[in-house]
Design a protein around this ligand. Structure first.
Ligand code: AMP
Length: 118
């Protein structure tokens, strides 16, 4: 089933997860392998595989990712110190889960925007 990503199961609350925010368009929860003191994923409730698959009717949900990111950044106390929002697409970006999501990272200096290949 195309909609059956790990994130879809979290959204449907079939996998116990501490949901930080949920509305009719997006859901937010902590990343299971945090890369910074604050590392939250904000995902569209509709399963959109990648940014290549976004449709005009997704624009409200995609905008909501940003308003929820700003709200959570404030709640986490990193709005003034700063944070980074990342959306990966496909192999070269290292996208692991084919369900569109925004990473909210902060709580430390995050370093260069793009890592050099190892
Ligand atoms: P990406 O590489 O952009 O696809 O990011 C996928 C992220 O999902 C990674 O940072 C994973 O650590 C995270 N992740 C995978 N499974 C779970 C899960 N069950 N709960 C929370 N985060 C997860």
């Amino acid at each position: 089933m195309a909609d059956d990503t790990i994130f879809a199961k979290i959204i449907r609350r079939e996998i116990p997860t501490d949901i930080l925010y949920q509305d009719e368009l997006v859901t937010a929860f902590r990343d299971i392998h945090p890369q910074a003191p604050t590392h939250i994923l904000i995902v569209t409730n509709r399963t959109i595989a990648t940014t290549n698959d976004v449709q005009p009717e997704d624009e409200l949900a995609l905008g909501r990712l940003f308003t929820v990111a700003a709200k959570l950044a404030k709640e986490m106390g990193i709005d003034e110190s700063g944070y980074r929002l990342i959306v990966n697409c496909n192999r070269d970006a290292g996208q692991e889960v084919p369900h569109l999501h925004m990473h909210l990272l902060g709580g430390r200096r995050l370093g260069p925007l793009v890592a050099r290949p190892g």
